[in-house]
Design a protein around this ligand. Structure first.
Ligand code: PHE
Length: 494
């Protein structure tokens, strides 16, 4: 049988008198322990192995309340009054009050106690009872002394207990359970040699290994299922970790990374993407326009091209949006509302080199903050421009990306964006539900022709925080940015 040293020691102690019922103190003494946790632990383990039987008895203990502590050092109120009345010539109520043996509040109670002892009040003076009060007073005093040491209810005089229970604050009870241990038949059958205590090694040290003792030692086994504290060291914010993971996936899929400025022009952010100048999303209540700079120059060539496309479709065969195009509107400064501004600028700079590029960047929209919206968030944007770039290629690329993220179920649905045709929405299945994560499509000729793109362009833009909500299982987007350390420390390493 596999027994720890404590278990061996306690079993040996109990075997010294197999018929005895052992209480805590007797086990402590027999084992030469002073920590009752040893008895509880070893006793429980021995009981689990059937070597010992435990009996639990619940008991009520009495101790002193705040008034009791006072009575213990200064004497009970009735005793103090009694002593005064014996000694004093003047036994009047007034004399008692003036004496200071009892406080103002105590006098009332004291009168009651004295009457209970047989005193009477005649014409304002106390008259001693004929029988002897001394015995009663001594009994009460020793009751208080018993309680001062803490005492089992069964060891107390029942009448006195009933009396003191009624008096406020003198005594207090606590419920305790006491255990006793007793050797079981199996415990007496264990052989003596099995009970020899051996060196128990919890931690292996160089000293131990250099000696010889370890050869006959017991090594404490590890329980890898036990709870252990989690060290809270520095670590990347979950959003940084997620961005790194997404970046790694696109790089591995052969994409280059691009970046851009937060401050852009309405021209690049919207006009270049054939977003009509009267589109509702361009209004002040949806977009943050800058006041400094209020307006930013754009090469005239682009402005002329966009004006032609917007007003009548330029050379693309499109009819455009009609109306008259405002160059000042184009020059307005704003905080970019989507990262598609990065990809369109990249294409304008590199129209005749096939490319696969992606970017992860912050965007700004005048949203009210709620469970699913933030005015600043991030998008994961990407394009493929090459001969033969097509819708199936776009869908496959997105599906591959989400599969690598751990979401193999992806579907696309028709959608509308002013700059793509066809346009689609990407949805991912999560906990049995389809969730919309972004938009995609093939850039329209109205977008690609003015900048001179040689080949079709597949483009997409997805919300990063939405994806983070899936990955981290959140139902409130704000959790990501409130710097809740408790939560941050408990997040998985992505
Ligand atoms: N810019 C779009 C958005 O912000 C996403 C998108 C990007 C759609 C590229 C089509 C093509 O939601």
């Amino acid at each position: 049988m596999d027994l720890s040293n404590n278990e061996k020691r306690m079993l040996k102690a109990l075997r010294s008198d197999g018929d005895q019922t052992w209480d805590l103190d007797s086990v402590l003494a027999a084992c030469a322990w002073n920590d009752q946790a040893h008895v509880a632990g070893a006793g429980l383990a021995l009981a689990d192995k059937g070597l010992v039987e435990i009996e639990t008895v619940s008991a009520t203990h009495w101790g002193l309340g705040p008034e009791g502590v006072k009575a213990h050092s200064e004497g009970l109120l009735e005793r103090r009054l009694f002593d005064f009345l014996i000694a004093s010539e003047d036994k009047s109520m007034r004399a008692v009050q003036a004496s200071g043996v009892a406080s103002k509040q105590e006098v009332g109670i004291g009168v009651g106690l004295l009457k209970g002892l047989g005193f009477t009040l005649e014409q304002g003076a106390f008259v001693m009872p004929s029988e002897d009060m001394g015995v009663m007073l001594v009994a009460r005093k020793s009751f208080i002394e018993q309680c001062a040491d803490g005492v089992d209810e069964n060891d107390l005089d029942a009448d006195l207990l009933a009396h003191f229970k009624k008096r406020k604050g003198l005594i207090e009870s606590t419920d305790a359970t006491a255990r006793t241990w007793r050797l079981s038949p199996a415990g007496s059958r264990i052989s003596e040699t099995d009970l020899e205590e051996r060196l128990q090694v919890v931690q292996i040290t160089p000293d131990l290994l250099q000696g010889e003792e370890w050869r006959h030692a017991d090594f404490k086994s590890y329980d890898v299922n036990l709870a252990a504290p989690t060290p809270a060291g520095g670590r990347p914010h979950p959003m940084m970790a997620l961005i790194e993971r997404i970046r790694a996936i696109f790089l591995e899929m052969g994409f280059d990374e691009l970046d851009g400025d937060y401050v852009q022009t309405a021209g690049w952010n919207m006009d270049a993407l054939f977003i009509p100048q009267d589109h509702p999303a361009r209004e002040m209540q949806d977009t943050f326009y800058t006041t400094n700079p209020k307006s930013i120059e754009i090469p005239q060539k682009h402005l002329d091209d966009w004006a032609a496309i917007h007003e009548h479709g330029g050379d693309t065969g499109s009819t455009g949006w009609g109306g008259s195009y405002s160059l000042d509107e184009s020059r307005k400064g704003l905080l970019r509302t989507h990262t598609t501004v990065n990809t369109i600028r990249y294409l304008a700079d590199n129209p005749d080199t096939p490319c696969r590029v992606f970017g992860i960047g912050r965007v700004f929209r005048k949203e009210s903050i709620d469970r699913t919206h933030l005015p600043e968030f991030h998008q994961i944007e990407g394009i493929i421009m090459e001969p033969g770039a097509s819708l199936p290629m776009l869908v496959t690329t997105l599906k591959t990306f989400y599969a690598k993220m751990g979401y193999p179920e992806v579907r696309v649905r028709p959608a509308y964006f002013p700059y793509t045709e066809p346009s689609l929405e990407i949805e991912v299945k999560w906990r049995g539900q389809w969730l919309e994560l972004g938009g995609a499509g093939i850039f329209r000729p109205e977008v690609t022709e003015p900048i001179g793109c040689r080949w079709p362009v597949c483009a997409w833009g997805m919300g990063l925080e939405r994806l983070a909500m899936l990955v981290l299982g959140l139902d409130d987007i704000r959790q990501l940015y409130i710097s809740d350390l408790e939560w941050l420390r408990s997040q998985p390493l992505l």
